[in-house]
Design a binder for this molecule. Structure first.
Ligand code: PLP
Length: 379
């Protein structure tokens, strides 16, 4: 059976460059802290990866702290909070959950900055939440949303935060390798990346820190990562991350061209089902992401039916539990439960092609035709 993988925002297939780097590193012994030749070779692999990740993020190598993924990087960044966190409503669970349960300030739920109907954070409301007595001192605004691909005005949010004595953390996990990234231009004090979203191995990522912005370590013990993250470095995964970051930087222009394929897919969907609704379409979006639903076509059954045809797409935000949880991202945009339950996510990437979209369209149309209650275009 033909397979069509269109779930890159959940995880991207491992790039060949990354696979090669992981295997090469695994074939060598060597703790990056050892002084002998094997250790120095491991150190070299880690530092080469650090340079590549820094280049992708518009930062310097010493600003990169390798972590066990995007979730850990977000948890670490939010430890900067002393008085509390304001988070935009569409943040990933690894941001919302981190400030709810374990920042340096102890357990406290984040204050939520609302988003408008296209999913963009309301900057006036954000500013208002930072005024007043003893306001939160960390603002979390992601660069691009994992479900809708909507790009947030991070630089403006950073100006608002800084003007009120707060720091800004930016979860750039979904943006990295998909749109240009520049820590300084964004004005962010910290930024999270995850290797597996850009074709590197799962379970590794990075927190990028603005020069001078230091954060209490989440993991204590050894002095690795300049005392910012204890524990023997995962040399193979980090080497794979570096190779993926290099490839993603190289391919950035090509990646941006995926927008034309995505727009074409949405045109075809709307031509077949004019009542379809594309979520976040009015805002700037990542070039690879489309989140849409058709009234009467439940996402849960659609995803399963597509899977039987070998087509992999996402539904809602259910990436951690394995079952469809109602999307807080779409609900925050004012979308009703019924429409939320119909939303599926197509996300393209480095190895997807027009033939994958054509295959998806054929399988999706079959599902549409099987469902007589759905309004279709008159033919
Ligand atoms: N932030 C965003 C926006 C994400 O989409 C994800 C993963 O889905 C994460 C953070 C968590 O990254 P990781 O899977 O590396 O823990």
């Amino acid at each position: 059976m033909r397979a069509s993988y269109l779930d890159y925002n959940a995880t991207a297939p491992l790039r060949p460059e990354a696979r090669h780097a992981v295997i090469a590193a695994l074939a060598q012994p060597g703790n990056a802290s050892s002084v002998h030749g094997f250790g120095r070779a491991a150190r070299q692999a880690v530092e080469a990866a650090r340079e590549s990740v820094a280049a992708l993020a518009g930062a310097r190598p010493e600003q990169v702290v390798f972590t066990g993924g995007g979730t850990e990087a977000n948890n670490m960044a939010l430890r900067a909070a002393r008085r509390g966190v304001v988070a935009s409503a569409g943040e990933h669970d690894s941001v919302l959950g981190a400030c709810a349960s374990g920042s340096a300030i102890g357990a406290c739920a984040p204050v939520i900055a609302p988003v408008d109907s296209s999913g963009v954070v309301d900057l006036e409301q954000l500013a208002r939440l930072l005024d007043g007595e003893a306001p939160p001192d960390v603002v979390a605004v992601m660069l691009a949303n994992n479900e809708t691909g909507v790009i947030q005005p991070v630089a403006e949010a950073a100006r608002i935060a800084h003007g009120r004595g707060a720091v800004l953390h930016c979860d750039a996990v979904q943006a990295a390798g998909k749109i240009p990234l520049d820590l300084t231009a964004l004005g962010a004090d910290s930024m999270s990346l995850s290797a597996h979203k850009l074709g590197g191995p799962q379970g590794t990522g990075a927190l990028i820190l603005r020069a001078g912005h230091e954060i209490e370590p989440l993991l204590r013990g050894g002095g690795q990562e300049r005392n910012r993250r204890a524990g023997t470095e995962n040399v193979a995964a980090i080497a794979g991350f570096g190779a993926a970051a290099r490839a993603a930087s190289r391919d950035l222009d090509t990646f941006m061209e995926l927008a034309a394929q995505r727009d074409d897919l949405e045109r075809q969907v709307l031509a077949l089902a004019p009542e379809a609704r594309v979520h976040g379409a009015a805002a700037p979006r990542l070039p690879n992401t489309s989140c849409f639903g058709v009234p009467g076509l439940a996402a849960e059954t659609l995803v399963m039916a597509l899977d039987l045809s070998g087509v992999a797409v996402g539904a809602g935000s259910a990436c951690s539990s394995g079952k469809a949880a109602s999307s807080h991202v779409l609900r925050a945009m004012g979308i009703g439960e019924a429409r939320v339950a119909e939303a599926i996510r197509i996300s393209l990437g480095w190895a997807s092609g027009e033939e994958d979209i054509a295959y998806f369209m054929a399988a999706w149309q079959t599902c549409l035709n099987r469902n007589p209650s759905v309004k279709r275009a008159a033919v």
